[in-house]
Design a protein. Structure first.
Length: 471
């Protein structure tokens, strides 16, 4: 039996690696095909002749997924399409699409191998937890017994080799890992808040430290590794678990690491231990420099004083520090957006990342936005998938100016002297040039540090990616 995982963007999906590890334990042949790394994407999949074509769905990828399924089904009529990933919990109706044969909701490490084994035997698959399928009369059958993998220690190691057939990924000096699943927090703009409602078991789970170390050492020894990137939304959520982990990380002399942390759990003892263990950069989700927006809209409780203190500690211990920001909150004023600019000037972060708010369907923030008149309706999957980077679904008079604040965010922090002329530019309609200018500082960093591509290719990739995002 052959399984083809497909995806659009050139990065590792750790969930797919984990699923591949489980499938190979039962002798299923797996391969991955990434659109942006395959000059002949569809031809390569067709040549592979998969029995099942799998897509681990992230929101915003629906259009590409369905288009790919449609094209592949024309050439591979016997192949079946399967959709998994966390967003199938929120949007189970995706099974109604004619290009989708099966949907698997919940953690797939148990349900996917069971599904394939039953299919191979020609037995009924209705017992598979979380499965949705179309019956002969057109009705949709759904098994609502959604499973969560509570014992992470029982899982095989993620199949890193699956992705590292691509030299662009194998040669990357920074590779991603996770120490947990789920989330301990309940932000209004994040799907983790909604996803945990589907499980009776504990949604937030930690891996055994030894399994994390084993995975890091395997990747380091097999493919090379200069930096470890812990992708967890909150690296410091479980400080009792984390302290011995960091001490052992230091003892094993593993590569320096990057991570995301919450402000609320920061103190000098923790930052000191992070530095000793090899922490190279921490990114904090600030979201807004206005306390009212953070508390009443975003569901974040930290104060500006806590934020400044955390950044000062990182500077003291010479840990690079980043700030993650969102503009375009429902009801946000230009002066509130400037609160964010003013706070970030004080923080003196080494990196900044900003976006315009996307009110994803199914979230409490989105429901409140509809209730308060900032949205006509909850956006559909198609509207989110095709959303232009120079646009927002939020309805308010100043939304175009807030979109432009996002584009000039970096420059307003770094060069306060240009604040007044930039204010005039904010009045113009959002446009492609502003979007191209937004991340020039990141382009310059790539030109300095990216050793896997030529400078010419880096510039071409930057222009192509950013131009397409606003087309």
């Amino acid at each position: 039996m052959k399984v083809a995982f497909i995806q659009r963007d050139a990065y590792e999906k750790i969930g797919v690696q984990q699923l591949s590890g489980c499938l190979k334990k039962i002798d299923v042949a797996c391969d991955i095909f990434i659109k942006y790394l395959e000059p002949h994407f569809y031809d390569r999949i067709i040549t592979f002749q998969p029995d099942y074509i799998l897509y681990s769905l992230f929101i915003g990828e629906e259009s590409f997924m369905l288009e790919s399924f449609s094209r592949l089904k024309q050439c591979l009529p016997k192949s079946k399409t399967v959709v998994g990933g966390p967003f199938t919990l929120i949007f189970p109706e995706i099974i109604k699409n004619t290009q989708v044969d099966f949907v698997l909701r919940g953690d797939g490490e148990y349900s996917l191998p069971l599904f394939l084994q039953l299919c191979n035997k020609g037995e009924s698959i209705k017992c598979v937890p979380g499965i949705s399928l179309k019956e002969g009369n057109g009705a949709i059958f759904t098994n609502n017994n959604i499973k969560l993998t509570s014992d992470l220690q029982s899982l095989p190691d993620p199949d890193r080799d699956l992705y590292y057939k691509y030299r662009d990924l194998a040669d990357n000096d920074t590779k991603s890992f996770i120490i947990s699943r789920g989330c301990a927090y309940s932000c209004t703009f994040c799907y983790n808040t909604e996803l945990k409602k589907y499980y009776d078991e504990i949604y937030w789970r930690m891996r055994a430290p030894e399994s994390v170390f084993r995975e890091i050492e395997y990747v380091k020894n097999t493919y090379g590794l200069k930096w470890v990137h812990f992708q967890d939304g909150t690296f410091n959520a479980h400080k009792k678990w984390l302290k011995p982990f960091l001490e052992e990380y230091k003892n094993r002399k593993l590569p320096p690491f990057l991570c995301n942390c919450r402000i609320e759990n920061i103190d000098e003892e923790f930052i000191s231990l992070m530095k000793e263990s090899g922490c190279d950069r921490i990114t904090f989700g600030i979201q807004s420099g206005n306390p009212s927006i953070r508390k009443n809209i975003a569901g974040r409780q930290m104060s500006n004083e806590q934020i400044e203190a955390a950044f000062q500690l990182c500077h003291k211990y010479k840990i690079r520090v980043g700030a993650d920001i969102i503009f375009g909150w429902p009801g946000e004023t230009i002066d509130q957006a400037m609160d964010t600019i003013r706070l970030c000037r004080k923080l003196k972060a080494s990196t900044y990342h900003s976006n315009v708010l996307i009110p994803y369907p199914g979230l409490s923030l989105t429901r409140d936005s509809v209730k308060n008149g900032y949205l006509d309706h909850e956006p559909t999957l198609n509207e989110i998938s095709n959303l232009n980077k120079n646009a927002s679904l939020i309805r308010q008079d100043n939304i175009n100016r807030l979109i432009n604040v996002d584009k000039f965010f970096y420059y307003m922090i770094k060069y306060p002297i240009f604040e007044k002329p930039i204010f005039y530019l904010l009045k113009l309609p959002p446009n492609k040039l502003f979007h191209l200018l937004k991340n020039v500082h990141l382009l310059l960093r790539s030109l300095k540090y990216d050793s896997t591509n030529s400078k010419y290719q880096i510039i071409l990739n930057y222009i192509a990616k950013n131009w397409k995002a606003v087309t």
